[in-house]
Every structure is written in C-alpha cells, then in structure tokens.
Design a protein around this ligand. Structure first.
Ligand SMILES: [Zn+2]
Ligand SMILES: [Zn+2]
Length: 301
C-alpha cells in the first residue's frame, strides 16, 4: 500500500492525517504544534512536540516508542505524549522494554491527561481533554476512560467599558491592579478519538469548535450492532447528532476498511441531504499526498 496522508485546511489550520479503523489513526496540526493520536508515528507526526493519545488501542498508539526514538535520532527535543492517566505506567514500561531491545533509551515525556484538566501549551493555546464513550478493558480487567481533545485558542480582549481609552490611561488602570481584559476561548479543532454517541457532544466547545473530527466506523445497515458492541459510531447516529452541531467543518474519521469510500459518501449524502460535502465529509476523501516520497511502495504484509 502506498502510504498517504489526507490533507485538509480550514480557517488557516492545516491538518495531515490518516484514519482507518484497526489500521492507523492520527491527525497532525503542524501550525499548532499539536497532534491527536500517534498512529504508527509517520514523519509528519514526529515533528510535532505535543501528541495527545485518545486511548491505547493499537491503531492509535502503536508508534509511541518510535515517535520518541525518531525525535532522538534527528536531534529533536524529547517530545511530549499526553495519555489517559492509567496508561502512563504501562507506556513507561513499554519504553523501558524497547530500550532493552534497541540498546538506546530515547528521552521521553509521558504526561497524564485528565478529563476537564486543561493542558496549557502557550499563552494563547490550550488543549482540553474530555471523556468520550469508548471504554477500554485492560488485560487486568480494569477499565480505562478514553479521551477526546479540543485545541482552544485563548484571547485576552479589552473589556467593553475600557474601549476607547488611550494607552497611558490603560497603563494607569493596570498600575492600579485593575484587570482590563476578559478571557475569550475560541475552540479551533476537536478530536473525538474512537467513541459511541455520548454526552460529550453537548459540550459547548465541542459543538462550536471550528473543525470537529468525529468517528464514523460503520456505515452498512447490518452493522449497527457491531458499532454498539465496540462502542463506535454508526452512520445512522449522525442523523440525530449533526443537526445539533454548529461546527464549520465536520470530518468523519476511522471508517472501516471493509467499506469503500465512494459507498460511504453515497450513504452520507442520502442520510443528510441538506448537508454539503464542504461541511461534512470523510477525512480520507480529502486530498491525499504521499508521506515518504523517497520510499518505495510497501507490501501489504
Ligand atoms: Zn481505533
Ligand atoms: Zn478504539
């Protein structure tokens, strides 16, 4: 299979990604220096300093050790992965095992991500984790809460009552210890990872995010039970969900490999006849480009 990224741009935000159920899932946002899920750690993702992992399933998490190793290989800073809290210890253990096998220990920052606990990346950018509906059962039979993430721009605007004042007047107010600005949050990109429908879709910053990446694994009529059993979305779920969303763009991720993209698009058109292809589409139907131009085709083995 020729390795490709899907590429998409909206509101000045570029996204490079790949998302097929069970195979690989990641989204890199180069301008924000943020990625959601690590996939198999393709080159476009290795350059990103902050990677947020939705859950531990292999299609989303396989490249963790490779991500850190590649960053060391190209003399980059160690990089940061933010993961559901119960996964911190097993991932650190995984990295130690890889150090045993490989002979080199790549420096790594593995952080716990907790629902509703903001990760502040810059004065004007934070990532907010939230709980989604895709519980993962671990080997020891405990459950891990999967997460979605919203990248939110933070602006500090002059309060209305101080509009029209000139510089020295504002400086004087500041000297008096008066807070002359109000905080404004602008949700830019929200990634829901793998999930069945859930109350997270009612969160303001999810519904109003400029771009929403929402999974839609199953589209065939006979696969509704399979979607529920695996805590995934079926295309029929979108009929209720999409009218409640204000997002400028909705990209559907994690489509099953079993379903052809053209068939999925056809079903989507039929399900939501009023929606344009411009507002809602499958991520993998966006423009594709080769990930590693210099590499030969890999086999499917
Ligand atoms: Zn998955
Ligand atoms: Zn999953």
């Amino acid at each position: 299979m020729l390795e490709t990224n899907a590429e998409f741009e909206h509101a000045g935000i570029r996204m490079l990604g790949f998302s097929l159920a069970g195979e690989e899932a990641y989204i890199a946002l180069p301008e924000l220096n943020v990625a959601f899920d690590v996939g198999r750690a393709p080159r476009s993702l290795v350059a990103i300093d902050h990677v947020f992992l939705s859950h531990g399933h292999m299609d989303h998490a396989a490249g963790i050790a490779y991500y850190f190793a590649q960053r060391m290989f190209v003399d980059n800073s160690p990089g940061n992965i933010y993961v559901p809290q119960p996964l911190v210890e097993p991932i650190q253990r995984l990295l130690r095992v890889w150090a045993d096998i490989d002979g080199h220990e790549a420096p790594a920052h593995v952080h716990a991500a907790l629902p509703d606990s903001d990760v502040v990346l810059r004065r004007d950018l934070l990532v907010r984790p939230f709980a989604v509906n895709h519980p993962c059962r671990r080997h020891d039979r405990s459950w891990v809460q999967s997460l979605g993430f919203s990248a939110i721009e933070v602006r500090h605007k002059l309060k209305d009552e101080y509009q029209g004042l000139v510089g020295p007047q504002l400086v004087e107010l500041k000297k008096q210890g008066i807070d002359i600005t109000r905080r404004l949050e602008i949700p830019l990109v929200t990634y829901c990872g793998d999930t069945a429908p859930g109350s997270f879709l009612d969160l303001d910053y999810v519904r109003n995010s400029k771009i929403l990446l929402l999974e839609c694994t199953f589209v065939e009529a006979g696969h509704r039970d399979r979607a529920r059993a695996g805590n995934h979305m079926h295309i029929d779920d979108l009929r209720d969900i999409v009218p409640r969303l204000n997002n400028e763009r909705i990209l559907l991720t994690h489509l099953s490999r079993r379903t052809g993209l053209s068939e999925a698009k056809h079903l989507l058109d039929r399900l939501l006849p009023g929606e344009t292809d411009e507002r809602i589409r499958f991520l993998m139907s966006c423009r594709r480009r080769r990930r590693h131009a210099a590499l030969p085709k890999s086999s499917d083995s």
